[in-house]
Design a protein around this ligand. Structure first.
Ligand SMILES: [Zn+2]
Length: 147
């Protein structure tokens, strides 16, 4: 009727038998004066069991310090990245640098950043060409705090 239930019972029983064997061996070793073996095995076991837990919390701590969440400065998409890494915004394909405070546009050496302050679109129908007047303002170079 309940094959899964009976399976669980068997697993539990064999687990109990396993523990009884371990306890028996431990008692036997203690009885013949080899308790230090039990202690070192127990210490090793605790270490093995504790390692993933310590690793997990260590990783979480590291992630909390290094995972930066912020918005893309260009299109405001919410992003997450590792500190001091470079990433590309999945929405607008802008190269971004992850800093302690958030995301900034990554500008390779020699790039001059400009800010469009006045864009007037128009078309010169007479000559059949589109004319766009753009007035730009040169921005100060991006802060480089990696040095
Ligand atoms: Zn973007």
């Amino acid at each position: 009727m309940y094959p899964q239930g009976s399976n669980n019972y068997q697993i539990n029983f064999s687990g109990l038998g396993c523990w009884l064997t371990i306890i028996g061996v431990v008692w036997l070793l203690g009885a013949i004066g080899l308790g230090w073996i039990v202690k070192s095995i127990f210490a090793l076991l605790v270490l093995i069991l504790a390692a993933p837990v310590i690793g997990f919390f260590g990783f979480r701590w590291w992630l909390k310090r290094n995972l930066i969440e912020g918005n893309c400065p260009v299109c405001d998409t919410q992003l997450a990245g590792l500190k001091n890494a470079q990433t590309v915004c999945p929405n607008c394909r802008t190269q971004l640098q992850v800093t302690g405070d958030g995301f900034t546009r990554f500008t390779p050496e020699g790039t001059v950043e400009v800010n469009a302050v006045d864009v007037t679109g128009g078309s010169d129908r007479a000559n059949d060409v589109d004319v766009v007047d753009v007035t730009v303002e040169v921005l100060p170079p991006a802060e480089d705090d990696t040095l």
